[in-house]
Write a protein that binds this ligand. Structure first.
Ligand SMILES: Cc1cc2nc3c(=O)[nH]c(=O)nc-3n(C[C@H](O)[C@H](O)[C@H](O)COP(=O)(O)OP(=O)(O)OC[C@H]3O[C@@H](n4cnc5c(N)ncnc54)[C@H](O)[C@@H]3O)c2cc1C
Length: 500
């Protein structure tokens, strides 16, 4: 039986972040993901690296400070997939007064060691920035946060973990895990072949996101597990609502806020909702009520009301929040809680509850401190200064990387150059060495091969909705063609492997 120091259940941002950190410190690591990497909650976020202005109202100063600090750290290690974003907050008569917002934004600017991101300023909404809004919104504030390609952040952490020796198994479900003295025996099933394998590990991490309690009750066989509060959040993607590059944050009469953010393929992302959820998180879909809520809330601000016909895509995810018994879903803490079980001499398991994409790296460092306590420490924190794959360039050098790619591959449209640099950073230059045929919408065979060989992409959905958002451009016929091409490439790779 193969034995690892650390086994991780779950290939979302937290599982992959922990695997990367642990592998980089020299532990042997195994990670099992039952579906595609980043296909759980990590795919369905608002895609912000943010402190969470709203959490200040719940006095979550520690969480906000840590998250604010992480913005510039993550930007510096992944300047391709993390980009600064300015948020415009219009003043709304009858809702939070200007002095309160100014105070909140003052704290937001100063709590978290902001160095490069520009500071808050007042903004006149009678000019171009406010042009898409109703004329009564005349004044507001503009502040900084950042955006991220959430699913690519997961994949890049997995790639780096793998480069440092971790074994990453996708479409592999952990079906049972039992203690054998100071080891775990973990049975996992390859869902494609049905083959089962038992591996041993000295430390088990349960990073199953919204499935964390299910893993505790199922594979881990414990009867009591009610630690997470499942809170559904949905987004709609509508045709592009305005031309400038700012995002809007709108306050609503119910005390909640929603965002409108410029998004891929000439669209605007609008979200999110907060409602308690029961059932299997994989089944979450946006409800009629949520769609109405988002359309109504955005139409309160935009001069052109949003209509159902404007919606081109929608998605829904389930937050695995630590259950702090808050009365409203929107008030439940967004902070993470790590709990290790297993007395001395017993193999330990660390269960991960809650968290945000923004704080995944700090969460991983905290998990590694716990692993070090039980297995013996190996090295200190390192992930804050080590670029993720393709992110080995300065935050202000994105244009330079785009120029190099455009020069290396003059056949690429500017939009494709930008998309590829935003996805792969300097690795786009390696992909451009063997671009091959254009399979449509700027996706070349070389890029497809890269996703299949280096990023664990197995299906057209992996390629179109998680490694990229080209799904917004591909038709059903295009998708069928892509699936056929992937099958051919797989056969060719199989033949090559068989030929030795
Ligand atoms: C609507 C919404 C908006 C959000 N917006 C933001 C935001 O803007 N910024 C931010 O920082 N955070 C945001 N978040 C929070 C963030 O998305 C989550 O905290 C984070 O993605 C959780 O990651 P995870 O790795 O814990 O869980 P997941 O991504 O769900 O990963 C868990 C994985 O475990 C796998 N798994 C489960 N059981 C097994 C098993 N038995 N064997 C193998 N694998 C298994 C699942 O398939 C899944 O892929 C948002 C969340 C939601 C829902």
């Amino acid at each position: 039986m193969r034995t690892f120091d650390v086994a991780v259940i779950g290939g979302g941002i937290n599982g992959c972040g922990i695997a990367r950190d642990a592998a980089g410190r020299g532990y042997s690591v195994f990670l099992a993901e039952q579906n595609d990497l980043g296909s759980g909650t990590s795919a369905w976020s608002t895609k912000l690296i943010h402190g969470g202005l709203r959490y200040l109202e719940h006095y979550e100063f520690r969480l906000v400070r840590e998250a604010l600090t992480e913005r510039e750290v993550l930007w510096s290690i992944a300047p391709h997939i993390v980009r600064p974003l300015r948020f415009v907050l219009p003043l709304h008569s009858g809702l939070r007064p200007a002095w309160l917002l100014r105070l909140g934004l003052f704290l937001y600017d100063h709590l978290g060691g902001r160095k490069r991101l520009p500071a808050t300023r007042r903004v006149d909404l009678t000019g171009p920035i406010g042009a898409p809004l109703k004329p009564e919104f005349r004044r507001g504030f503009e502040y900084s946060d950042a955006r991220v390609d959430d699913t690519r952040l997961v994949v890049l952490n997995a790639r780096d973990a793998s480069a440092k020796g971790a074994e990453i198994a996708v479409r592999t479900r952990v079906i049972s895990a039992g203690r054998a003295g100071d080891l775990w025996h973990i049975v996992q099933r390859d869902l494609a072949s049905g083959r089962e394998e038992t591996v041993a590990a000295r430390f088990l991490v349960n990073a199953a996101g919204p499935w964390v309690d299910r893993v505790i009750q199922g594979p881990l066989g414990q009867s009591e597990a009610r630690h997470v509060r499942l809170v559904q959040g949905s987004h709609i993607v509508v045709r592009k609502l305005y031309d400038h590059d700012r995002a809007f944050i709108f306050q609503n009469a119910d005390g909640r806020i929603i965002f409108a953010i410029p998004y891929a393929n000439d669209t605007t992302l609008v979200g999110t909702t907060d409602r308690d959820f029961t059932g299997n998180p994989a089944d979450a879909v946006i409800t009629e009520e949520e769609t109405d809520y988002l359309l109504r809330a955005a139409s309160e601000y935009f001069a052109q009301p949003l209509r159902r016909e404007d919606i081109v895509w929608s998605f829904s995810g389930v937050r695995p929040l630590f259950d702090d018994k808050a009365s409203k879903a929107q008030e439940a803490t967004r902070d993470y809680v790590l709990r290790t079980e297993g007395v001395d001499g017993q193999a330990p398991v660390l269960n991960v509850f809650g968290g945000k994409i923004t704080t995944y790296r700090k969460l991983a460092e905290d998990a590694l401190a716990e692993i070090g306590r039980r297995l013996g420490p190996r090295g200190g924190p390192w992930t804050g200064a080590a670029p993720l794959p393709g992110g080995d360039f300065a935050v202000d050098a994105v244009d330079g990387v785009e120029d190099r790619l455009a020069h290396a591959a003059p056949c690429l449209a500017l939009s494709t150059v930008r998309r590829m640099v935003a996805a792969y950073g300097t690795d786009a230059l390696r992909i451009a060495e063997r671009l091959g045929e254009d399979l449509g919408h700027g996706l070349h065979e070389g890029e497809l091969r890269w996703m299949m060989m280096h990023e664990w992409a197995r299906t057209a959905e992996d390629v179109l909705w998680r490694r990229s958002k080209l799904g917004l451009a591909f038709s059903a016929d295009d998708t069928a063609g892509l699936a056929a091409r992937m099958s051919t490439l797989r056969d060719q790779a199989g033949e090559l492997a068989a030929a030795g």
